[in-house]
Unconditional design. Structure first.
Lengths: 325, 290
């Protein structure tokens, strides 16, 4: 028990005291980025990892929430109204996504979500009277909940951290809940689940909505972080980036997407300081991970660790039960 | 009236280009069961290589058609290599294969940006096709009419290939039932490479003959890939007729949408796709749901 709770306690403590020891606003900001991208990746992981439904249109949902915040503020509404509206629009969009794309699974699901994501990108890019086209929308201010101005990067970090921890807890509860277990059942054995009397489509639909909620939340944090939103955020590249976070970290694990988000954000921030070719590197990492470490970094490392520490790998037993048809 | 007439010719031309692009996409999808997300990149690479030959490389300028053939062959080889060296390593794992094509498309896009820079390349219209066709109802650019003719020729040739040759029969067998095709002795995995190369070549050819109309620019891949996706979802995967009808429909929607509803053109483009998904998920001419 201690072996499980101690690392978590240390990690949370480290995150809580982070602005004190990390040395510099820049690093605090990078950590804020990691945290809201981790929420995004956790959201996608609910579908791609636990549900086995890989979406390539999540950047569209992420972006639409950001745009709603920007547009509402432009219309003169307050931050609370803007955030609530963004959550509502994000979830309605996710429901529409789900209704259209859940007609198929696997490759069909990827294609339909990709096309839907491109529709949203196309709207953001072309519907200039609302979105400002390529110029995007500026968000002049950050909100100040309980009188605490988030314009300060430290305060913004703590607000993001609170939302992040809540999201992690929500996903952890979800993964252990009957609904989460049923979702994983529909991923592994949809026909059996159906025969057992589970409503496969309904389970997937609720999972979609949960994923959409997390995605919207991260989109809102993103737009307040950058204080700017442009069609680039909705592009296929962004969808692929977040999918890379999930896949590189380890789909279907709680820690995986968080590690993946950290990896991608750090590599992106550090590497783009040295070279221009970030997208090339992104593609190359993608191909390398899919071919060499398909289970992701976290399960891969755990497997290697077990192999190294114990001579007889207990991982084998797990593989056997998974492999049964 | 002339406005709509010109728009119609443009739509059919664009539909022809889309057909060349999506016929290969549809065949790859039908046979290998994966949407090849590098297809837009192959289109763009073909256009860039062709444009480089036409504009002149190291002082050597090539004839437009020769450049087109060279670019087509080069990209077909590239496609075959990608299939042999990467996709082949992940047999049966379609999800991983799609992700590999996605990763490759980013690498290709960035490599093109590094090699050719961010400025669009304008490809000159080939000699002898720069003029206009004058008929009783108006004048049309000769090149666009030529593109329509080329697309029709390719459609007929592809139909003959698929319907009348032994290779075509093997491909159709692979699309309909890959396991059964294997059992009767067809080397389906070899077909994968052939079809991938064929699709890549067709996409590159579409890219270079589309060059004088669309020009070549970074982001061309991302503009074309969703269109190919829509065509295949509309027409149904693995069906040549489906690609043909889907391409013409998308060509009309794209051009009329841009002319009449420029702000919502993209939305108009995707609407029929959504309708097809709801009412006929296997596509208009497809046999199985992806």
């Amino acid at each position: 028990m201690i072996a499980r709770t101690l690392p978590i306690a240390v990690a949370v403590l480290a995150l809580l005291t982070l602005p004190l020891w990390i040395g510099g606003t820049y690093y605090v900001n990078v950590t804020s980025q990691i945290l809201f991208y981790a929420i995004f990746a956790l959201g996608l992981n609910v579908l791609a990892g636990y549900g086995g439904l890989v979406s390539l249109g999540h950047a569209g949902l992420f972006g639409i929430s950001s745009y709603v915040v920007g547009y509402m503020l432009q219309l003169g509404y307050g931050h609370t109204a803007a955030i609530l509206m963004a959550l509502a629009v994000g979830n309605v969009s996710m429901a529409i996504y789900a209704l259209l794309s859940l007609r198929s699974t696997g490759i069909g699901f990827i294609m339909i979500t990709l096309a839907l994501g491109q529709i949203l990108w196309g709207l953001a890019y072309r519907w200039i009277s609302v979105t400002g086209g390529d110029n995007g929308i500026n968000v002049p201010t950050r909100p100040a909940p309980f009188g605490l101005s988030l314009a300060d990067s430290g305060n913004f970090y703590y607000a993001t951290l609170v939302v992040f921890l809540l999201s992690v807890i929500a996903v952890a509860i979800f993964a252990r809940s009957p609904l989460g277990a049923a979702l994983m059942g529909t991923r592994d054995q949809p026909r059996r689940m159906n025969a057992l009397g589970y409503h496969v489509l309904a389970i997937r639909f609720w999972a979609c909505l949960f994923s959409g909620l997390l995605t919207s939340v991260s989109g809102i944090l993103f737009v307040y972080y950058t204080q700017f939103i442009s069609p680039q955020t909705l592009a296929l590249t962004s969808s692929a980036e977040v999918l890379l976070m999930v896949i590189s970290g380890g789909p279907g694990t709680l820690l995986g997407p968080i590690v993946g988000a950290g990896l991608v954000v750090v590599v992106k921030n550090v590497v783009s300081g040295f070279i221009e070719r970030w997208n090339f590197l992104l593609g190359a990492i993608f191909v390398a991970i899919v071919i060499l470490m398909p289970e992701g970094l976290v399960p891969g490392t755990v497997r290697l660790w077990r192999l190294a520490t114990r001579k007889r790998a207990p991982a084998k037993a797990e593989i056997k039960t998974e492999g049964k048809p | 009236m002339t406005f709509y007439l010109v728009l119609t010719v443009n739509s059919v031309t664009f539909g022809g280009l889309l057909f060349l692009l999506s016929a290969g996409f549809s065949l790859i999808f039908g046979l290998m069961r994966i949407p090849n997300l590098t297809h837009g990149s192959l289109f763009m690479i073909g256009a860039y290589i062709g444009a480089t030959f036409v504009i002149g490389l190291l002082g050597v300028k090539l004839n437009f058609w020769l450049a087109a053939i060279l670019a087509t062959l080069a990209v077909a080889l590239l496609g075959a290599l990608a299939e042999r060296l990467l996709l082949r390593r992940l047999p049966g794992d379609q999800l991983a294969q799609v992700l590999v094509t996605l990763g490759l498309s980013f690498m290709a896009a960035d490599a093109c940006l590094a090699l050719w820079g961010g400025d669009p390349l304008n490809v000159p219209t080939p000699d002898g096709l720069g003029g206009f066709v004058r008929t009783g109802i108006g004048a049309f650019p000769l090149y666009r009419v030529a593109v329509i003719a080329i697309a029709v020729v390719f459609a007929v040739a592809l139909w003959l290939l698929l319907d009348r040759t032994r290779l075509g029969a093997m491909i159709r067998a692979g699309v309909d039932d890959p396991d059964m095709a294997r059992v009767v002795g067809i080397r389906v995995s070899q077909l994968f490479t052939i079809v991938f190369a064929l699709g890549a070549g067709l996409a590159a050819f579409a890219g270079i003959i589309g060059g004088p109309i669309l020009s070549v620019y970074p982001g061309l891949d991302q503009d074309m890939l969703p269109l190919a996706l829509v065509v295949v979802i509309l027409g149904g995967s693995g069906s040549l007729l489906g690609s043909f009808v889907g391409s013409i429909v998308v060509g009309f929607l794209y051009n009329f949408g841009q002319a009449l509803l420029p702000e919502l053109a993209y939305f108009v483009l995707f609407l029929p796709m959504l309708l097809v998904l709801l009412l006929r998920p296997q596509g208009l001419f497809g046999r199985h749901v992806p």
